[in-house]
Design a protein. Structure first.
Length: 353
C-alpha cells in the first residue's frame, strides 16, 4: 500500500483515498473528466454587476501573490492531469490576461504532452494586444464576454469596461486565427432586447454568440429572480427574429455547457441553460482556483487543496490521490435553485465560471 507522505487537507466534504483508484478521473456517475478549467488569478480589471460589483469588495479579499500557484506549480499539476487523461485546459480568472506572463504560461501548458487544446475565457479588454502572441504561444480559442452593444450600458454593467476595446479584441482574435465565441449573461431589464443584435454582431465578426442563464453564485447575493431570463425565453426571443432554431448535431464534439442551435446560413448560437435545463449528467470538468483549490462542481463549495499538497512536499502520487478525492466526491449535479438561494457561497470571480 502507498502511504501518504503529507497530510492532505480537505476544504469540503471530500475524502481523499489512501490509494488512488485505477482510473482517478472517472467519477461515481461514470463521467470521465477530460477538461480542466484553471483560474490563473482572482483579480479582474472589470467589476461586472452580476459577478464582482464594487460593493462585494469587503466580502472578497484578493489572495496575496504568495498564495497563488506559480507557473512551475501549475505546470506540475497540469502535467499530472494530462497523464491521467485531461486533454483540454481553459484559462480563466478573475481576468486571465491580467496575470503577468500569461503568454508564457500558455506556451508552457501547450507544450505539456497530452494537452490538445489550450483555450481562454476573457473579458477581451487586453485582447487587441494579446491575441496574436497568445495564438503564437498555442492558444486555439477564446470566449469573450460581451453583454451589451451599448457603450454606456457596457461601461455601467462592467463597472469600468470599454466596449470598443473589447470589440477590437474580438477582431484581433479572429484575425489571429483563434476560434472565438462571445458570452452574454442574459438579464431581463438589461440586455433582453439586444439578443438578436448581439448575435448579428458576433456573426459579422466571425464569432459564435452564446447566452448564459444567470447563476446564483455568492450565496445568491447578486441574483435577482426577476432579472433571470430562462433559456426557453432566450430561444423564443431569437426565434421571433430569426425563425425556428434547429438543434445542431455537432458530431464528435466534446460535451460542453452550451447547446448549439442553427439559424441557417451556417450561423449558430449557443445557449447555456445552467439553471432551467442543466447539463450536469455529462459534465466532464474540474475547476482549479488561482490558489490551488480543486473544485469538482461550480455549484458546490467542496474542494481539495492541491496547493497544500504541492507546498507540503507531496509526491505526484499524493497529488493523484488528492485529485481522485475531488473526482470521487463529484456530486450528481448542482443545487442552484430557482429562488436564488441554495447556491454556493463561492464567488464566480474566484472560480472563473
Ligand atoms: N474575466 C473573464 C470574463 O469576463 O469572461 C473570465 C471570468 S468570468 C467569471 C467567466 C464567465 O462567467 C463570463 O462569461 C461571465 O459573464 C460569466 N459569469 C459571471 N458571473 C456569472 C453569473 N452569476 N451567472 C452566469 N454567468 C456568470
Amino acid at each position: 500500500m502507498v502511504m501518504s507522505r503529507v497530510h492532505l487537507p480537505v476544504l469540503g466534504g471530500i475524502a481523499v483515498p489512501q490509494v488512488a483508484p485505477a482510473d482517478p478521473l472517472l467519477d461515481g456517475f461514470a463521467r470521465r473528466i477530460r477538461y480542466l478549467r484553471v483560474s490563473v488569478t482572482d483579480r479582474c480589471n472589470y467589476r461586472c454587476s452580476y459577478c464582482m460589483p464594487e460593493d462585494l469588495g469587503d466580502q472578497l479579499s484578493f489572495a496575496p501573490k504568495s498564495a497563488v500557484l506559480s507557473f512551475e506549480e501549475l505546470e506540475r499539476v497540469i502535467t499530472i492531469f494530462a497523464r491521467l487523461g485531461v486533454r483540454k485546459v481553459r484559462l480563466t480568472g478573475g481576468e486571465p490576461t491580467v496575470r503577468k506572463g500569461i503568454v508564457e504560461l500558455v506556451a508552457r501548458i501547450h507544450r505539456i504532452p497530452g494537452i490538445d487544446q489550450v483555450v481562454m475565457t476573457t473579458n477581451g479588454h487586453l485582447l487587441a494586444e494579446l491575441a496574436a502572441p497568445l495564438a503564437a504561444a498555442g492558444l486555439s480559442a477564446v470566449n469573450v464576454s460581451v453583454d451589451t452593444l451599448d457603450p454606456a450600458r457596457f461601461a455601467t454593467l462592467t463597472g469600468r469596461g470599454e466596449l470598443p476595446r473589447v470589440l477590437a479584441g474580438i477582431d484581433a482574435a479572429v484575425g489571429a486565427g483563434l476560434a472565438v465565441k462571445t458570452n452574454a449573461v442574459a438579464l431581463r431589464g438589461v440586455n433582453e432586447h439586444e439578443l438578436a443584435a448581439l448575435c448579428e454582431d458576433a456573426w459579422s465578426r466571425g464569432a459564435v454568440p452564446r447566452f448564459i442563464e444567470h447563476m446564483p453564485m455568492s450565496e445568491g447575493q447578486l441574483y435577482a429572480t426577476e432579472a433571470e431570463l430562462p433559456s426557453s425565453e432566450i430561444r423564443g426571443r431569437l426565434e421571433a427574429v430569426f425563425g425556428p432554431l434547429s438543434q445542431e448535431a455537432r458530431p464528435g464534439a466534446d460535451p460542453g455547457p452550451a447547446r448549439y442551435w442553427s439559424v441557417g446560413g451556417g450561423r449558430e448560437v449557443g445557449i447555456i441553460s445552467a439553471m432551467t435545463d442543466h447539463f450536469c449528467g455529462d459534465c466532464n470538468r474540474l475547476r482549479l482556483t488561482a490558489t490551488g483549490a480543486l473544485h469538482a462542481c461550480l455549484g458546490h463549495d467542496d474542494a481539495v487543496s492541491l496547493r497544500d499538497v504541492l507546498r507540503g512536499g507531496g509526491s505526484d502520487e499524493d497529488l493523484v490521490r488528492a485529485v481522485a478525492g475531488a473526482v470521487t466526491g463529484k456530486r450528481a449535479g448542482h443545487v442552484f435553485d430557482r429562488s436564488g438561494t441554495g447556491g454556493p457561497g463561492k464567488h464566480m470571480i474566484s472560480i472563473g465560471g
